[in-house]
Design a protein. Structure first.
Length: 184
């Protein structure tokens, strides 16, 4: 059952938080105010990753993270106004100096960060490098660009930024591909 909130019910001494909690409880009595705020405010962090396999080795970055130095595919957050493939190309260029041309979607991966209420939604793209600027400054936090065999990547999961790094690589090796036209 939905209720109507009357603004006149508010007293001058009530703070905004008290009013909000009272309002949410009146609007949706089956939920607590906290649950309603999470439901309304929560959204996943959309990220992209570039998967390149050349001469039997994956393109990776060695980067500084809160957990220490880790390996990751060139990856990052979707920025306002970008398409997902454009974001993957930009992140690869910024983190490695390589120009990435996305050819297909390998998969969409969801991960809840173990230390919080953050959910990552990663779109992983397969493609090829079509150019390289070795003099380009790399993003802050990037230590080095690495090319690793699939065996080396999978041999040390504790060195990976997240389990998604290995999942994406294994899906790539399994031939999982969807056309970019799937994304609209």
């Amino acid at each position: 059952m939905w209720y109507i909130i009357h603004a006149a019910a508010a007293q001058p001494r009530d703070d905004v938080r008290t009013l909000f909690r009272a309002a949410t409880l009146r609007i949706r009595p089956q939920f607590s105010a906290e649950a309603f705020m999470i439901e309304r405010a929560w959204k996943p962090n959309v990220t992209v990753a570039a998967l390149v396999l050349r001469d039997g080795k994956f393109l990776l970055v060695e980067e500084e993270t809160e957990e220490g130095i880790r390996l990751n595919q060139p990856a990052g957050h979707l920025e306002y106004g970008e398409t997902l493939p454009e974001a993957a190309a930009r992140e690869c260029r910024e983190e490695t100096g390589y120009d990435f041309s996305p050819q297909s979607l390998v998969g969409v991966y969801r991960r809840l960060h173990p230390r919080g209420k953050v959910t990552y939604l990663r779109f992983a793209f397969a493609g090829e490098v079509v150019g390289h600027d070795p003099g380009r400054p790399l993003d802050k936090g990037i230590i080095a660009v690495r090319w690793l065999t699939p065996e080396a990547l999978c041999a040390a999961p504790e060195k990976l930024r997240s389990p998604m790094v290995q999942s994406c690589a294994l899906d790539y090796l399994a031939g999982r591909r969807a056309p970019l036209s799937l994304l609209r």
